[in-house]
Design a protein around this ligand. Structure first.
Ligand code: ATP
Length: 348
């Protein structure tokens, strides 16, 4: 286990700044997830930590010691990729034992440790099979077992679940979290899937355009997004964002008014409001908007309302009495966010 610190870490590919001087402290024994859209620099960051990509600036520290000049094999890391990269001609047991054998451990002891790691990931039944005789989920678990068997300082995982179908993905995700708890290691995982990130992370790091937008516990990012990007990227459905104006203690957009008790400023602004913080009241006539679509999802209902300024998505109870075509008054709870209008935005 190790604390991993990134200091002004930077990576340029010619004119492209893939990672733009980021600073991050990954706590010892944490499950840290780097989340962001394609091309935001998360894989490059992971590869720099692994030593697969050279940093063009800054420092990487494991437990206070600089590692950025060390080759990957000197960093005491294990990496798990989207593709499982198993040896096709070796059995499951041999695949898992391979890193130990490479270090010169005798066959019997390596086999015993590999069998133990396989047991943690429910692979004991398939130890004698070759990778092609396994499902995708099992193959990925073999790759995970091969990573944990070495007990490295840091585990680096690059989209390890993205080749799995939805159900296997959920199962494997739960098992991955459990494995991290059991092993107690420092895990750093890269994904563009916000659900996966929310459910796995102790520390969630949202990246965009080579920069860290916000880092913290997942619920903190959900409840207090630092800017519009984090608001829209974390949480499903995406946070509603409405452009308008603050004046006289209220936010207004095309006639829709949201009181802002204690508003600290006036002028153009963006209102951010989560679907569950919209309060819809059906009206006999008129109203702020009209219900366009009602999506019944069982435990909850998503309601898309057409407003003068655009659409809003509200979350209601599974059995909410609401129908498409209805007029509605649209209110909010007090949990609304004000972002700056002219940039990515920050919280007022
Ligand atoms: P994805 O989820 O698609 O893998 P990512 O967030 O992991 O995206 P990176 O792979 O880190 O993003 O890429 C960040 C930026 O750096 C992108 O603009 C990418 O095109 C660029 N880039 C990455 N590797 C190289 C390279 N070897 N040469 C040139 N540009 C690169």
């Amino acid at each position: 286990m190790a604390t991993v610190v990134l200091e002004d870490l930077r990576c340029e590919f010619g004119p492209v700044v893939a990672v733009d001087s980021i600073n991050l402290e990954v706590p010892d024994g944490s499950f840290t997830v780097l989340l962001g859209p394609s091309g935001c620099g998360k894989t490059t960051t992971l590869n720099m930590i692994a030593g697969l990509e050279e940093a063009t600036g800054g420092r990487i520290l494991f437990d206070g010691g600089q590692v950025q000049h060390l080759s990957p094999d000197k960093r005491d890391i294990a990496m798990v990729f989207q593709s499982y990269a198993l040896y096709p001609n070796r059995t499951v047991l041999e695949n898992i034992a391979f890193p130990l054998r490479m270090r010169g451990m005798d066959k019997k002891r390596a086999g015993a440790l590999a069998a133990e790691a396989a047991g943690r990931l429910q692979l004991s039944e398939v130890l004698g099979r070759k990778p092609r005789q396994l499902s995708g989920g099992q193959q990925q678990r073999v790759a995970l077992a091969r990573a944990i068997v070495r007990q490295p300082k840091v585990f680096l995982l690059d989209e390890p679940l993205s080749n799995l179908d939805a159900k296997l993905r959920n199962d494997t995700r739960v098992r991955l979290k459990q494995t991290q708890r059991d092993v107690g290691g420092t895990f750093i995982l890269v994904t563009h899937d916000q659900m996966e990130a929310m459910s796995l992370a102790d520390l969630l790091v949202v990246m965009n355009a080579g920069r860290i937008q916000q880092a913290g516990p997942p619920l903190e990012l959900y409840r207090r997004p630092a800017n519009r990007f984090v608001g829209s990227f974390v949480g499903v459905p995406s946070m509603n964002q409405v452009e308008g104006e603050i004046a006289e203690g209220a936010f207004t957009a095309s006639g829709w008014r949201v009181p802002l008790p204690g508003a600290v400023r006036t002028g153009p602004a963006v209102l951010g409001v989560r679907a569950e913080d919209l309060v819809l009241t059906p009206t006999e006539q008129g109203g702020d908007g009209r219900v366009r679509i009602v999506e019944r999802l069982g435990t909850e209902t998503h309601v898309i309302v057409a407003m003068a300024h655009g659409e809003l998505t509200a979350r209601m109870a599974g059995d909410a009495e609401i129908e498409a075509g209805q007029g509605v008054q649209v209110g909010t709870t007090t949990n609304v966010h004000i972002f700056e209008a002219d940039e990515d935005g920050s919280r007022v």
